[in-house]
Structures are given as C-alpha cells and as structure tokens.
Design a binder for this molecule. Structure first.
Ligand code: BGC
Length: 779
C-alpha cells in the first residue's frame, strides 16, 4: 500500500508519492530523539525538531533554533540558543491527556517526512484505558516563503466517543539547551514579557543573555470542524512563570473531526527593530492567508528548490531516496539572505557542536551550494570574509601573522572550540583541537578559491576572496619554522584531520594544503599584477604587502616538508613507528569495529585513524600525486581508518572510485548516504551530519558522474556509474550559466542556453545552444 494511503483523505491529498517519503512505521520511544532530527524541518532561517506536538513524551528534545542566534552564558562556548517552544498543543478529555504516551495502546502509527514538499505528517490512533479511541493526524511545516513563520494543523477525531475536548496551547519560555544532559544544561534566554498579543493568542518576548538580542515568539489558534464551523469555546489566556498558555475547548461528536491550526511567528533582532510589532504583523498576515494558502506557496518554493537541486538516479531506489534526504536537509538549512550565518556541523537539527561552522563547510557542504545554489554559496563565503578581521586578531593572539580562522566559528569569529569539556563519567577532558587543528584556515581559502572558479564571481574575488587567500597564506608562512641543516620548513605541533593523533609534527595534509594556500595567493595576486594593476597596487597597500614578502612566500612554500609526493606517504613524523594495527571486523551497518588492540593501549599509540587524512589530501590535491601513489595510499590507509567521523566515508567513496575500487567505493557511498537514516554513527539524536550530506552529493556528482574542472578551466566528465544505475541527471550553474546534465554509462549530454565547451573522457564537446527547458536553475 502506498504510504500516503495510510492517512485519511484530508491529509493524503497533501502527501507525495512514496519515492519522496521517509517513514517511521513503529513507535518506539527509544527512537524519538533520532527521529526528531531526521524529521526536523528548516527553512533557511530557523530549524525545528520533530517533537510530538501534544507533549507528555519522556524522551524528547524540543528545539527551535534560529540561524545566527548564539549565546554563551554558562556554556563552554557560544552555542545556538534554544528559543521558546512554540509547537506544544495539549489535548484533554475529562482532564485526561490524550497523546502518544498518554494512552494504553497505539494503533496505525505512521509518521512521514515528505521531502518533495517540506512537510511532516503524522497519523495514529491512541486508545485510552477506558476504551476511548482518538485518531490524531497532523501536518507541520516551516514556511520557506515567509521564513519567520511555522505552523501545524491537527485533525482530531474521537472515533467512539463524544464530549468536551479541552486544549492547552503553550509557548514555553522555560526552554534550555541540553535538556537531557544535566551537567551541560544552560538557559540562554531571559524572558522579558508574556502577553496575549492584544487578544490574538500567546506571546513570549525573550532576549539572549549575553548580547541581549531580542526574540519574539507568537502563536494564534483556530479551531473548526469539517463544515467550517468555528468550534472554539471559552478561550482564556494565562501566564505560568515563563510560559504563555491559552486554554480553549470544543464540543465534539463521535467521528466528527476538529481541525486545529496553530500558527506561529518568530522574529529576532537580527532582522527586525521591534520584534513585538514584527511578530504581530507576520502572525496577522499568516492567519489571514490561512494554512492552506501558505502551504501552497511553501510547496511552490520547494518545487523550485528541487528543480535546481534534484539529482535523479535510475536503477537504485533506496540510494535515490537517501540522496534526496541529504539534499533536502542541506538545502533547507542555510539562509540565502544572510551573510552573517553559516552551516553548523549538525545542520540546524540538533545542538551538538553548538551550531558552529567547521572546515566541514568549505570542503563538504560548500561544493554543493557552489555548483547548485551559487547565491547561497556567496553568503557562505562572505561569512568568512566578514570574520577576516577576527581571524587576523586570532593569528596575532596566537603569535602568528595573517589570518587564522577558528576551528569552530559562530557569530563573532572568536574561537568557539572549548579547551575543556566534561565526559559523561564526570572527568574533565582537556581538548586540544582549538590549539592545534589549524588546517581549517587553508580550507577557508580553498573554499573561496573554488567558489570563484565555479561561479566566476570576479567582484567577490577582487574585493573579498583575494584578501582571504592572501591573509591565510601569510598565516601559513608565519606558521612554518626553518630547519637550517635540512634547508626545509617544518610545521610543528598540529592536529591533522585524524584527531586521534595530536599534537604531531609535519602532518602531510596540513603541510601540503599550507603550500597550496601560499602558492594560490601568489598566483592570484600575480594575476592582478598583470591584468589589473590598479587593484594590485590597492591590495598591496591595504594589506601592506611587498614584493619581498611575496618572494619569501614562494621560497617558504617550495621548501615546506611535504612528507613526499610519491609512494606511501607517512601521515606525520613518526607515524610509521606506531604499533601497526589494522581493521578486520565490521558491524551490521557495515561500519568497521575497533580492533581489540585499541582497548589495550591508547589509540594514539596505534596506526588506527579516526578519519581520512592522507586520503583526504589526495582527494583535494589530485594533481600533486600520480595514480600509483594514490592507489598505494588508499590501500594502506583504508585498512587503518575507523571512520569515527562521518566526514570520512564520502572521501573514501570518492577516492575508491578514483583508484578503481568500485566495490569499496559503493560501500562507502551507502555508509555516507544513510548515516542518519540508519543512524550508523549512533548520534543522529544530536543533529544531522552536514558534512556527509554534502559529501554524499559530491560522491554522486564528482565521483560517479566524474565531474571535475580541468587545469585549463574546462568542465570534464569521466563517468563511472555502477552496474545497477541507469542514468543520472542533475543541474548545475557553471560560471553563471545553468546547465542540465545527463550521465549514462558511456556518455554525458550537457544542455544549456549558451554554447559551453566541455569534455567527456578526454573528448572535446560543445553543448548545443538551445532553449533548455530543463535548465530551470534558480540563481
Ligand atoms: C571531526 C572533524 C569535524 C567535526 C565536526 C569531528 O568529529 O573529527 O573533522 O570537523 O567533527 O563535524
């Protein structure tokens, strides 16, 4: 039976075909937290976890996060502040709560995420101990059109009883972060005011405790039956501490359906001067438009997003769905209108890592946006530019020059990675990554450069990107230490991508990327020297950059200790002296199991890696290593990589494909694509894995479709589709021109309005310039 047929007609008509649905078909409270992330919704401005609206659930982490709304207070670092819970709507019969855990039995349970339309729908019958059965159905969405509003609609049907149903609509300002982790629990907001918004409903005004950023949260309720009769009786507003509550009731006949729409508007001082007035205006508009009109506009917005971002694969239905799941959450998260925000490592679906941006953005998620939504990519690279001055202060504070980006970044550009954390067993743990994990700085430069190569956004490169690339190069030069006897520059005390060995000297990844960063800066400024002397002089003056300094950069870059470019590359000084341990067992999700030896000696004394390191290096700097070298290193490190970071599998898929190991590549593709659907890292409850979502897209487009930019700037496709795939088709925007690409096993067809040169397996082609109805890329 099609999944939507499990819903009644009223809800079914809103739901898409099965291929677009992710379903939860059994209620096991142990799975609630993971599903709150998996079914979490985001609309570019905010993210809301998929809690059960009626409350009363023991395992739950209600959360509404807003991009850019951070606070520190007693937390270890500034973190995305959980804002008032606007979702709750409790229901009672004769004072007995009605809900998923307030019952004796649950029948017909199904909840779905409809990725095509950006909605979550629920259907279940709750049976009380006195034999009453109530059908609850719901639709929830955060509007992608008016990104300050969200809503849910409940269809409430008493199947075998009649009577007075009471409702309690709450906006809960008592909310905290880390509700389920007592030691970390922090309340980030002060509640300033609670009122009924001039009779409209419930209003809670809060502010962040540190920066006093105002946040307004307002809701309004409408309740009627199928015949459009207003059923609302005896509405009463109350304050309970920091909670705004509205009670109301309705008389309901057996089998009659009550339709309860809960509208919410959430406005912050980031975008509005007066959050109360803004909430009032948005809420009034929303209520006047009505649920269905807003839903229709929301569906249209998702239709446009999918027209740009869908990647269609024939012949692999499960993978197709998983890929769409990753694309859905990825494209729903960042704010296309705000260059003061970025993408958290857990998207905006959970609070682990505080909503901070890592190198995950530039190397894993930014490529998707750069190729598919260049307007969003622009905001993401501008975010780094806006924090360049902070990165310069950060370099100086650490004794270096230029710009050193923080390992974890929130709104201010300060380092947000804590130096100390507390383990679940209560022990304090000194965390060194902020001190040593410096490779994020070259990733920022890499991202800005790649953004320019794909979009040709000259304005960005000339005014912003070039400064990022120059100042980060300057940092690396100051980070290198000269060793006279060897006439070589070393980089001491770093953490590479593999965080299980730290601090170490001369990490191959860090050193190669430092060299790349420095030489890219020299190349880019050299280009302006030749082609735009005025800009060149201006930049040299503004950045206080001389010819001497730049020739010193070249000297340093050419003498950086690279740990080799041929044969087996040692990950860092002394890595080959560690006890060699390899992986020999995999779990039911095909994830490697930690070898016994890792339980006997500290993991840093073994050769086992947390995640791709040398393999990641080879993926990024392909042309530096010949194929034989890439094969040798993939073979060697793959056997020693535990993939305890979700960043790792996609890179092993991409590299597996490159070195011709298609079997292992496909295994890694599935590990990456299903990381949250199967919860194969075991931590989906904490939020979704942004990097593996972006990495999965790269696996399909860069890996299986073999899309790359040649050194002469031409787009090149070398497809390697697996046997069971028929075709793959997708859209990109190449240097401002929308392209529609269809890849089959032995050919690639590129359609565009303009004639574009490209290559397929080294053969020169030109896209026929034609009216391209598939190239509907929203830019
Ligand atoms: C990984 C890092 C990653 C971070 C955030 C860590 O576990 O080791 O590479 O940047 O998670 O995703």
């Amino acid at each position: 039976m099609a999944l939507r047929n499990r819903f009644t007609e009223k809800v079914r008509s809103f739901i898409s075909e099965d291929e677009w649905l992710v379903a939860r078909e059994n209620y096991d409270p142990e799975e609630n937290l993971a599903y709150e992330s998996i079914f979490g919704l985001a609309n570019g401005n905010m993210g809301n976890r998929a809690i059960f609206e009626e409350g009363g659930v023991r395992k739950t982490l209600p959360a509404n996060y807003i991009n850019g709304v951070f606070d520190k207070s007693e937390a270890f670092m500034r973190e995305l502040a959980n804002t008032p819970n606007w979702v709750e709507l409790k229901m009672y019969y004769e004072c007995n709560p009605i809900g998923i855990e307030d019952c004796k039995d649950i029948k017909d349970f199904i909840t779905i995420l409809d990725m095509k339309k950006g909605i979550v729908c629920k259907h279940y019958i709750v049976c009380s101990s006195d034999g009453r059965e109530t059908l609850i159905e719901r639709i929830k969405f955060l509007s992608r059109v008016n990104t300050n509003v969200g809503t849910h609609r409940t269809y409430f049907t008493p199947l075998n009883y009649s009577g007075l149903i009471e409702f309690e609509n709450n906006v809960d300002g008592t909310i905290t972060n880390f509700i389920d982790f007592p030691r970390f629990r922090v309340k980030h907001l002060n509640t300033l005011d609670i009122n009924d918004m001039e009779g409209m409903g419930c209003y809670v005004e809060s502010e962040t405790r540190d920066f006093k950023l105002p946040i307004g949260t307002a809701t309004a309720i409408q309740i009627r039956n199928d015949n459009e009769e207003d059923k609302c009786r005896s509405k009463r507003f109350s304050r309970f501490g920091e909670m705004a509550t509205e009670f109301f009731d309705a008389l309901c006949e057996e089998k009659e359906t009550l339709i309860i729409d809960k509208y919410a508007a959430i406005c912050t001082g980031r975008h509005f001067d007066n959050v109360y007035e803004a909430c009032k205006k948005q809420l009034t508009l929303f209520v006047n438009n009505g649920f269905e009109k807003e839903l229709k506009a929301h569906f249209n917005a998702y239709q446009q997003l999918w027209a740009a971002a869908d990647v269609k694969i024939t012949g692999d239905d499960e993978l197709q769905k998983a890929l769409r799941f990753n694309i859905f959450h990825l494209m729903s998260t960042p704010n296309p209108e705000d260059n003061g925000t970025n993408i958290g490592a857990k998207l905006i679906h959970g609070e682990e890592y505080g909503g901070h941006a890592f190198w995950d953005t530039e190397l894993f998620t930014l490529p998707f946006f750069t190729w598919v939504f260049p307007n969003i990519a622009q905001k993401l690279v501008e975010y780094r530019y806006n924090l360049l001055d902070k990165a310069k202060e950060n370099a100086i504070a650490n004794g270096y020059k230029g710009a050193k980006y923080p390992w974890e970044s929130a709104d201010t550009g300060d380092e947000e990675c804590p130096s100390w954390t507390i383990e679940p067993d209560g022990t304090c743990y000194r965390c060194y990554v902020a001190d040593y994990e410096h490779h994020v700085t070259s990733a920022v430069a890499y991202g800005a450069n790649r953004y320019f190569e794909v979009t040709n956004d000259e304005e960005f490169m000339a005014t912003k990107g070039i400064k990022i690339i120059l100042e980060t190069a300057r940092f690396w030069v100051s980070r290198c230490e000269y060793v006279e006897e060897l006439d070589q520059y070393n980089i001491y005390k770093v953490t590479g991508p593999d965080e299980w060995h730290e601090p170490i000297d001369n990490n191959a990844y860090t050193n190669h990327l430092a060299k790349w960063n420095i030489l890219k800066a020299v190349e880019r400024i050299g280009h302006y020297e030749k082609n735009n002397h005025e800009l060149y002089t201006h930049l040299c003056e503004e950045l206080n950059l001389s010819k001497e300094e730049m020739s010193e950069w070249v000297n340093v870059a050419n003498k950086i200790n690279l740990k080799g470019t041929e044969g087996l590359i040692e990950q860092f000084d002394g890595y080959f002296d560690l006890e060699d341990v390899t992986i020999s067992e995999w779990d039911e999700n095909n994830m490697p199991i930690a070898p016994q030896r890792m339980r006997e000696i500290p993991k840093q004394k073994t050769s086992i890696l947390k995640q791709a390191d040398v393999v990641m290096l080879m993926f990024l700097l392909e042309n530096t290593f010949d194929m034989e070298t890439q094969k040798i290193n993939f073979e060697y490190y793959e056997k020693r990589t535990l993939h305890r970071s979700s960043l790792s599998p996609s890179i092993h898929c991409l590299m597996g494909l490159r070195v011709g190991d298609s079997k292992r590549a496909y295994d890694y593709l599935t590990r990456s694509a299903f990381v949250d659907i199967y919860n194969n890292q075991g931590n989906t409850r904490e939020g979704l894995h942004a990097a593996s979502a972006g990495g999965t897209w790269q696996c399909v487009v860069m890996g299986y479709c073999g899309m790359a930019i040649d050194s002469d700037g031409i787009l090149h496709f070398k497809p390697k589709l697996p046997d069971n795939w028929g075709m793959v088709s997708f859209n990109i925007v190449w240097k401002g021109t929308p392209l529609h690409i269809t890849v089959s096993k032995d050919d690639v067809v590129v359609k565009s309005q303009d004639s574009i040169p490209y290559r397929v397996n080294n053969e020169e082609r030109k896209s026929a310039s034609q009216i391209c109805k598939d190239c509907i890329v929203k830019n």
